[in-house]
Design a binder for this molecule. Structure first.
Ligand code: AMP
Length: 296
């Protein structure tokens, strides 16, 4: 397994593999890899001949008061996980490589970035869109994997790839969870024990929303109230948003028809937790690949 740090080396490696007819799967990450990332890597491994994992804590997607400097960094452990999973290349550029002095171009996807995380974190999605565009142009993957946990990010990336004719296609992997339902996240290490015990309340709220829909509730205000009531039962949790929206546009819905996305963010002990669940009126809710049984 190679670790590549230079953009020109990364691009040359991809060009060579494409010339040889090798398909490339790509998993963009910020490192501190866990079983959620590992599931994306395994899916990439199954579908493509070669796998690239990028590890880059992208400064432009953090706000001035956010956790950029204390975001967990553990390249040694990440390398071990990638090696064990048969990753071919880790692309670990530094800031100067991704944002050379004098660079000017910013990518925005205004419609899909407007609400939810975009409202809570101004400029977050233009940082995401810009770095994803740069990475896809360099790596030229056949398939790029994103996690459903960051639903808005994957929806926005799909739009971006279509609008800019970026290479390859996007695949979304279901959210990987702890046994109590908490979605795995690199930021979960910030949770103290009481906060960790409180954290699954977001998943329970989404489950309650989905159960109400299965029981026949079609008014989104009713579903929102049910989700809000569950979160309110946990005194350590501060709700940021809990919504029922259109899975394609991410606009809030008033009445359910067809498919809906239950979307939520809460704050517990200063840590923001995100989660979501897709609900189909004809089928069942889907948000995860089931509770995790393998140790990370
Ligand atoms: P991050 O390193 O947090 O930027 O995440 C890199 C990729 O892994 C993103 O596409 C995330 O959505 C995905 N991811 C993070 N946590 C999970 C999870 N629990 N299950 C599935 N995918 C995840």
């Amino acid at each position: 397994m190679n670790t590549i740090r230079k953009a020109s080396t990364m691009a040359a490696w991809s060009r060579r593999l494409h010339r040889e007819g090798v398909t490339i799967g790509f998993v963009p990450t910020m490192g501190a890899l866990h079983a959620g990332h590992r599931a994306l890597i395994r899916a990439a491994r199954l579908a493509c001949d070669a796998v690239v994992v990028s590890i880059f804590v992208n400064p432009t997607q953090f706000g001035p008061t956010e956790d950029l400097s204390k975001y967990p960094r553990q390249l040694g452990l990440d390398r071990a996980l990638c090696r064990a999973e048969g990753v071919d290349v880790i692309f670990a550029p530094d800031r100067q490589t991704m944002y050379p002095p004098g660079d000017q171009t910013i990518v925005t996807v205004p419609g899909l970035a407007r609400r939810w995380e975009g409202e809570a974190r101004p400029h977050h999605f233009q940082g995401v869109a810009t770095v994803v565009t740069k990475l896809l142009c360099l790596i030229q993957p056949d398939i790029s994997w994103f996690g459903q946990k960051d639903y808005q990010q994957s929806a926005l990336t799909r739009q971006l790839m279509k609008d800019l004719n970026l290479p390859g296609r996007l695949a979304v992997h279901p959210t990987v969870r702890e046994v109590d339902g908490l979605a795995l996240s690199s930021r979960n290490v910030y949770l103290s024990l009481p906060h960790r015990q409180a954290a699954p309340v977001l998943y329970r709220a989404l489950q309650a929303g989905a159960a109400a829909i299965r029981a026949g509730e079609r008014r989104c205000t009713g579903i929102n109230q049910i989700m809000a009531r569950v979160v309110a039962q946990e005194s350590l949790a501060i709700p940021e948003y809990l919504a029922v929206c259109d899975p394609l546009t991410l606009e809030p819905l008033s009445t359910l028809r067809g498919k809906a996305l239950l979307l939520g963010a809460i704050r517990i002990g200063g840590v923001r937790l995100l989660d979501n669940m897709l609900v189909s009126l004809r089928g069942k809710a889907s948000s995860s690949s089931g509770p995790r049984s393998d140790p990370s």
